[in-house]
Ligand binder design. Structure first.
Ligand SMILES: [Zn+2]
Length: 342
């Protein structure tokens, strides 16, 4: 379309029907009608070029005036109490031109949200209930109900943040164990507890002050360590979409007995050694163990009749392994260039 009259007619028609943002995008945006028309000036016959360029520029000026007028009109509409959509993802009253582009974009789920949903789907398919953890809790649930009496030295391993009135930002999703055992008891109990956790520590590529865990709790008659290993191996293989060998290493947690570290052969290098596994061929993936009798007793479950296992793994760490993310802090920086990759 290189006919000036056609441009004029089309602007005349649109100036009433479109909003100022739509007008701006249609005519003056990167792919706008007038922007393109100016770019095509070399295809106009030589003796008509000067006239054509001048006319297009006049139209541009005229349109800019129309757009500014419309913009002021639309803004005053919003400030005179006319209904607006407060859930719109940008401030329509802002002067920034950046918002023009946002109009055309759709948001998406955060990679961590997507991975948590995949994991919860796997647990649901295996028969586990889901109970979300909390982001602020008391000393009883975070420590005492988990066999950490006041003054227990193992409390130091869970250095987190506290409010002035003594509440705790949970350092692990185990803070929900007592509630879950009571809510879903008497056994059989099979529940996973996803949630956000906090640690008071310096951040680096592998550690952040905020992260996500999914805790698992399984209690019934005759539950053994073998059941625990098989359960964890099954869901990890489903999630990582590969098989691997398993090693169980000793660990220490006051709320399990025995306490284990669940270690898998590196799914990337098959034990040869690579950067993901720190060249050891193995990855320590989570802490787990048989639930301590004191923890069962605290939730009114008789440890002479029932046994159970629990695990807690970091979702961020697992997501990093699966998606090949090198720095845990990327997951919380909200850098769109990073997030758009997933
Ligand atoms: Zn490896």
């Amino acid at each position: 379309m290189k006919n000036i009259e056609e441009f004029k007619n089309s602007i005349e028609k649109d100036k009433k029907a479109l909003t100022y943002l739509e007008l701006k995008q249609k005519y003056l945006g990167k792919e706008g009608v007038l922007t393109k028309a100016l770019k095509e000036i070399l295809s106009v016959e030589k003796d008509k070029r000067a006239f054509y360029g001048k006319e297009i520029n006049l139209l541009k000026n005229e349109l800019e005036n129309i757009i500014n007028k419309k913009k002021n009109e639309e803004k005053s509409k919003y400030s005179t109490g006319e209904k607006i959509d407060p859930t719109a993802p940008f401030d329509i009253n802002s002067n920034s031109n950046e918002f023009d582009n946002i109009l055309a974009q759709e948001g998406s789920k955060h990679p961590l949200t997507k991975e948590i949903e995949k994991l919860l789907d796997i647990f649901t398919s295996m028969g586990f209930d889901i109970l979300e953890s909390r982001q602020i809790d008391d000393d009883y649930h975070m420590f005492q109900s988990l066999n950490f009496p006041k003054g227990h030295p193992a409390r130091d391993m869970y250095d987190t943040f506290r409010t002035e009135d003594g509440l705790v930002l949970p350092a692990h999703t185990s803070t929900m164990q007592n509630r879950a055992l009571k809510k879903f008891g008497p056994p059989p109990i099979a529940v996973v507890l996803p949630g956000r956790c906090f640690r008071n520590e310096a951040t680096d590529a592998g550690h952040d002050h905020t992260f996500h865990q999914i805790e698992g709790v399984y209690v019934d008659k005759n539950v053994s360590l073998a059941n625990m290993i098989a359960t964890i191996k099954t869901y990890l293989e489903k999630y990582l979409e590969t098989d691997f060998d398993v090693k169980i290493q000793p660990a220490y947690f006051p709320f399990t007995e025995p306490d284990c570290e669940f270690v898998i052969s590196c799914p990337f290098c098959k034990k040869v050694g690579c950067s993901t596994c720190g060249h050891s061929g193995w990855i320590e993936i989570m802490g787990c163990g048989m639930i301590h009798p004191n923890v069962l007793r605290e939730a009114d479950i008789d440890p002479d009749i029932y046994t159970g296992f629990a695990w807690g793994f970091g979702v961020d760490r697992l997501t990093m392994i699966k998606l090949g993310i090198e720095d845990i802090r990327y997951l919380r920086e909200n850098n769109l260039n990073f997030l758009k990759q997933f």
